[in-house]
Design a protein around this ligand. Structure first.
Ligand code: ATP
Ligand code: MG
Length: 392
């Protein structure tokens, strides 16, 4: 009897060669997620992946669950399809599930794909059910909502398990191309980046930092958010763009009600440059329609007019409540609400334009040395990694 972890992935809509591509990527991502755990092996078996943890299956399960593309995970016992081996594995799995308790309601469910196995599924269910009741007299059979469901899959080998842990679904990171993600220290953008990573995108986070208007601490907070998202995104680098110079120039030459819009346009321009450099094909932001003055549809139009790249806004139709709930669920909320100064919050016009036109914004930029500012900001961009994660 061998300890393994069964990894189930989504299949809906994945066909043919596409499917092989997804599974191969998932396999690679799992290997990366499990790096540093001695002796772990990932096998590609039938319609799922099987991981053999050398030790600490709990840690292995936790890491696998956070890998996008994984629908569910079960720590399982693997044996040959000899009946005595299956019996022994079933007893062992039940003993573990009971955790010292003397009784529980239970059911055995058998799923058989191996045509050479001599018993029918129902017969094996009955056989194992009475065997387990004889061995653990406190067990009571119950078909509907039992406390313990002992599952047996009879394939080339047999798998026995009692637990099914949900994953986060989605598609393996790397199957959806690469994007630049605009990451502030706020509540929204971490959720937006997480959502696009869940659709398989590799996200390179970019943060605009207005030192000395904003402190070193506010940058570290964003680094901490990147680090927190890493189990899902696989990403540990943050592009930090110095933005104070741009803000000074905007304050000096642009009329105040348009500051935010021009600033966001400058961000888009810088991000597009970075995107070309790293082979990214889209920009991701945390904008949500109507949330603030710069998120009206007129404002969004003016902001994205400076880039050829698609601007992906996964939060566009969500309520703040829903975004907050998701942020809490993935654990970024606690980091986001830490006090910090965003480059933008220090730079909010008293009466922002909510229905800007492209013409007026383009005119407002006429006195701004756009190209020089963008080139300099890109030039001075640094990639920062969390100190704990720096490897060779
Ligand atoms: P968030 O909660 O993500 O800060 P927000 O509701 O505060 O969003 P804005 O401040 O208008 O919205 O910013 C809109 C989007 O622009 C953000 O979601 C983010 O994608 C991007 N953005 C804003 N500030 C920065 C920054 N300092 N660095 C990188 N991206 C930023
Ligand atoms: Mg913000």
């Amino acid at each position: 009897v061998e300890e393994v972890v069964l990894v189930r992935y989504g299949e809906i809509g994945l066909k043919g060669r596409n499917r092989a591509f997804f599974v191969r990527r998932l396999e690679e991502n799992l290997r990366r997620a499990l790096e540093g755990l001695e002796g772990v092996v990932v096998e590609n078996r039938f319609d799922r992946l099987v991981v053999r943890p050398a030790s600490s299956p709990q840690e292995v399960v936790e890491r696998i669950r956070r890998t996008f593309g994984v629908v569910s995970v079960s720590p399982a016992l693997r044996t040959s399809v000899a009946l005595e081996s299956i019996e022994r594995a079933a007893e062992e799995a039940m003993a573990r599930a009971l955790m010292g308790k003397s009784g529980a309601t239970f059911r055995v469910s058998v799923h058989r794909t191996n045509p050479r196995f001599p018993m029918r599924s129902m017969d094996l269910e009955r056989h194992l059910g009475s065997l387990l009741q004889a061995r653990f007299p406190g067990l009571v059979a119950r078909m509907k909502d039992p406390e313990i469901e002992l599952a047996v899959e009879v394939r080339e080998e047999a798998y026995v398990y009692t637990e099914v842990w949900p994953g986060w679904g989605g598609l393996p990171v790397g199957t959806g191309g690469r994007a630049v993600g605009l990451l502030s220290g706020g509540i929204d953008s971490p959720v937006a980046l997480w959502m696009m990573a869940r659709r398989g995108m590799e996200i390179e986070p970019v943060h605009f930092h207005a030192f000395p208007f904003t402190s070193e601490r506010s940058k570290e907070k964003v680094v901490a958010i990147v680090e927190h998202l890493r189990p899902w995104t696989g990403q540990d680098g943050l592009h930090v763009v110095p933005f104070a110079e741009v803000q000074r120039a905007i304050a000096a030459s642009v009329s105040e009600p348009l500051w935010t819009l021009v600033m966001r346009r400058m961000m888009m321009r810088v991000c597009e440059r970075i995107a070309h450099r790293i082979g990214a094909r889209a920009l991701v932001t945390g904008e949500s329609l109507g949330q603030v003055a710069s998120q009206t549809v007129e404002a969004l139009h003016v902001i994205e007019a400076v880039t050829q790249l698609p601007v992906l806004r996964p939060l566009i139709g969500l309520d703040k409540q829903e975004i907050v709930r998701r942020a809490q669920e993935i654990g970024t909320y606690e980091l986001s609400v830490l006090p910090y100064e965003d480059c933008c919050t220090l730079f909010v016009p008293r009466h922002p334009r909510t229905r800007p036109t492209l013409d007026e914004v383009e005119q407002a930029e006429a006195q701004l040395p756009v190209e020089a500012l963008v080139a300099q900001a890109v030039e001075q961009t640094e990639v920062v990694r969390s100190k704990e994660t720096v490897t060779a």
